[in-house]
Write a protein of this length. Structure first.
Length: 106
């Protein structure tokens, strides 16, 4: 059971790191957008508006992905916890198929 807990902790850490890096990218882009305020002209205004819209879309999608993914993650963890041998067999079968396909391609 300790192994499963360590694996879950590692997955959570990776997921949190990915989301924090994306959030940092969004924040850094917002800073860049604010610092570009010194640019003048209609093209600069258009560029700032487009960047602003894209950043808002990215921030919204991060929140949406997190909300939509959580039930799937919970269901997967519940299934794996209740059916460990079926999960091992399914993973081995999938690995075999992928290995055969890769070997065939080379």
């Amino acid at each position: 059971m300790a192994r499963k807990t360590a694996a879950q902790a590692a997955e959570d850490q990776i997921k949190d790191q990915a989301f924090s890096e994306l959030q940092a990218l969004i924040e850094e882009s917002e800073k860049l957008l604010k610092s570009s305020a010194s640019l003048v002209g209609e093209e600069a205004d258009t560029l700032r508006e487009q960047v602003s819209q894209k950043l808002k879309q990215a921030a919204d999608s991060v929140g949406g992905v997190r909300k939509r993914a959580q039930p799937v993650v919970d269901a997967t963890e519940t299934y794996i916890g209740g059916h460990p041998w079926q999960t091992v067999a399914l993973s081995a079968g999938f690995g075999l198929v992928v290995g055969l396909l890769i070997g065939r391609r080379n």
